[in-house]
Design a protein around this ligand. Structure first.
Ligand code: SAM
Length: 212
């Protein structure tokens, strides 16, 4: 069991790792420190209770990864993407039983097949910490399309954003046949963030009644 001192040491180490990467790659890293515990909880709470297989996009130093595993997702049922090679190596050290792909989330479907993850079936949820807001539209669209290719029909794409509104424009949602539901806003995060959940829809891109 981890002592309080070990936990503080690990936490400080993760923050330092993350900050160094932000100095080097500010746009793709998209935040100066890892997500806070409240935001992590709000994201993981959106994973359906019956979910067994999860894909994580943009794992950074692994704060969401740890919470997904604590949510009883088995390591072999989790597939993690991290584009930054230093962070991907760090994740491999910390989570040796989890499939970590140092790859672009855009290539999710091909990577899920190449890693053997796809053999176990479709995923129930995608947890994404990617900076969708600062991505070009074509990349946003490719990432969402690839994610829904790997999700079962009732699967959810769970995303947080630092902006005040849905990070994906309505026309892209329409084109992909998705709808977005606003989740929890976490003010005690640096910076404050809001969770959005995307799912397949039959008719409308945004479900206004559900947006709180
Ligand atoms: C805002 S950080 C989130 C890190 C961590 N999940 C957290 O919540 O603290 C976004 C992460 O996504 C990674 N990333 C950015 N673009 C990516 C892409 N196209 N594919 C995979 N990872 C990407 C960055 O390297 C960075 O580690």
């Amino acid at each position: 069991m981890q002592t309080q001192l070990q936990r503080l040491w690990n936490d400080g180490n993760e923050r330092w790792q993350f900050f160094r990467q932000w100095l080097r790659h500010p746009i793709s890293t998209a935040a100066i420190s890892p997500s806070g515990v409240r935001l992590v909880r709000a994201m993981v709470a959106e994973i359906p209770p019956e979910a067994q297989r999860v894909i994580e996009l943009g794992a950074g130093t692994g704060v969401m990864t740890r919470a997904i595993l604590e949510r009883d997702i088995a390591p072999q049922d989790l597939l993690v993407f991290e584009l930054n090679p230093e962070l991907a190596r760090y994740l491999e050290d910390v989570f040796p039983q989890v499939r970590i792909r140092c790859a672009d989330a855009r290539d999710l479907a091909a990577e899920a097949a190449a890693s053997g993850f796809a053999e176990g079936g479709l995923a129930d949820a995608v947890i994404s910490s990617l900076g969708l807001l600062s991505m070009p539209r074509s990349l946003q669209k490719d990432i969402l399309a690839a994610s829904f290719q790997c999700l079962n029909p009732g699967g959810r794409f769970i995303q947080f954003t630092y902006g005040p509104t849905c990070p994906v424009p309505r026309d892209i949602l329409d084109e992909l046949g998705l709808h977005a539901v606003r989740g929890q806003t976490v003010l005690r995060n640096v910076p404050p963030a809001t969770v959005f959940v995307f799912s397949r829809s039959r008719s409308r891109a945004i479900v206004p009644r559900s947006i709180r």
